[in-house]
Design a protein around this ligand. Structure first.
Ligand SMILES: O=C(O)c1ccc[n+]([C@@H]2O[C@H](COP(=O)([O-])O)[C@@H](O)[C@H]2O)c1
Ligand SMILES: Cc1cc2nc[nH]c2cc1C
Length: 338
């Protein structure tokens, strides 16, 4: 059962008390892996993926039958500052496209055998322009966090969270600058494809925002001041998945910025997460280094929507299928190496 929360302190307490992978299931999976009909280590990273998954699911021989993809959408006041190649109306238009089945993520979730849910958060009430004040007040932050928290299906066995929000690469860059420091240019990329002038404008908006709000180590303060509703909802969903022992495949730059806010709250908060892919958004590689995550895929995607996470479901499914479905040396009558 998923506990509920109402205040930021409740949320912090839940994160601090979140479950860890099961040691006995991990060890049993490691032992099984050593008996499978292949030279030791020959399935490379797939072996570690399956053992990791087994530990989180508390099942030495698991399967992935019910992956869930959730796309959260939000609108950003900072979009009015000329930081995106596309107008803010695209957010609501793409939500209609997700619901009609016409977006890339519909196809990628389908190809991975995942159910897909879409949550649009108050699209007609954009967050405040964070160069002028906090993007969200505490109430808005808690509503968005709880939307994400409650969106996770407790019966899912793998989760991908994705987003749609024009201007949200600006918010994600500001979050990274506030949490990790450096220069605005280090964290600011082209998003949907701004030109050179747009990139300069975006960098100055990111620098202004962090100058106004200051660098912070508190993940909830950073989420409220510089984030957005879909970013907070992704953080809520990732945190809920941990409570439910549902492993998570992280998506691109914005998803990982949401995850970074959780990591700032608790160093172990992302232990149940893997990086699904490395986005082409220029700062994603550095963000993944800060999260200590090695991406499963690197295909030049810079779409968001959960696309890279959804693609990676297929890799994890394949790893778990090998682990749980292969014969052991004894079962197959194949001579071992001893
Ligand atoms: O996931 C990524 O790494 C990623 C990189 C660039 C753009 N996006 C998507 O593009 C939108 C944000 O881009 P922008 O230029 O409006 O900030 C938002 O809807 C994201 O889903 C996503
Ligand atoms: C068309 C379009 C689709 C998207 N999907 C995620 N972000 C997006 C941004 C745009 C502009």
């Amino acid at each position: 059962m998923l506990p509920d929360f109402t205040t930021p302190d409740d949320f912090r307490a839940l994160l601090a008390a979140a479950p860890s992978p099961d040691g006995a299931a991990t060890e049993a999976a490691r032992s099984r892996n050593g008996q499978l009909t292949k030279p030791p280590g020959a399935l490379g990273r797939l072996e570690d993926l399956a053992i990791w998954y087994a530990g989180w699911r508390d099942d030495p021989r698991p399967s992935i039958m019910a992956p869930q993809v959730i796309v959260f959408a939000g609108n950003h006041g900072v979009a009015a500052r000329g930081v995106s190649a596309f107008p803010a109306e695209v957010t609501v238009q793409m939500v209609a496209n997700f619901r009609a089945g016409g977006a890339a993520i519909n196809q990628l979730a389908g190809a991975a055998g995942a159910r897909m849910d879409v949550h649009a958060l108050d699209l007609d009430r954009p967050t405040a322009d964070f160069t002028r004040g906090p993007a969200m007040d505490e109430r808005d932050l808690m509503v968005a966090l709880r939307t994400g928290w409650k969106a996770v299906d407790s019966q899912a066995d793998l989760l991908v969270v994705g987003e749609m929000g024009i201007a949200n690469t600006t918010a994600a860059a500001a979050i990274c600058l506030a949490l990790f420091g450096g220069e605005a240019a280090d964290w600011t990329g082209r998003g949907t494809g701004v030109d050179d002038d747009g990139l300069l404008q975006k960098r100055s908006v990111v620098a202004d925002a962090v100058e106004r709000h200051g660098a912070h180590t508190d993940g909830l303060a950073v989420l409220a001041r510089l984030g957005g509703r879909e970013i907070a909802a992704m953080a809520g969903a990732i945190a809920a998945a941990r409570q439910l022992r549902i492993p998570v495949l992280l998506d691109g730059f914005i998803c990982c910025a949401a995850a970074a806010c959780l990591q700032a709250l608790d160093a172990r908060a992302l232990d149940h997460c893997l990086a699904g892919h490395q986005s082409a958004e220029s700062a994603h590689a550095e963000l993944l280094r800060h999260l200590g995550k090695e991406p499963l895929l690197s295909l030049g995607l810079r779409l968001g929507e959960g696309s890279g996470g959804a693609l990676a479901i297929n890799i994890l499914k394949a790893a778990v299928a090998c682990h749980s479905g292969m014969a052991t040396f004894a079962e197959a009558g194949v001579a071992g190496d001893d």
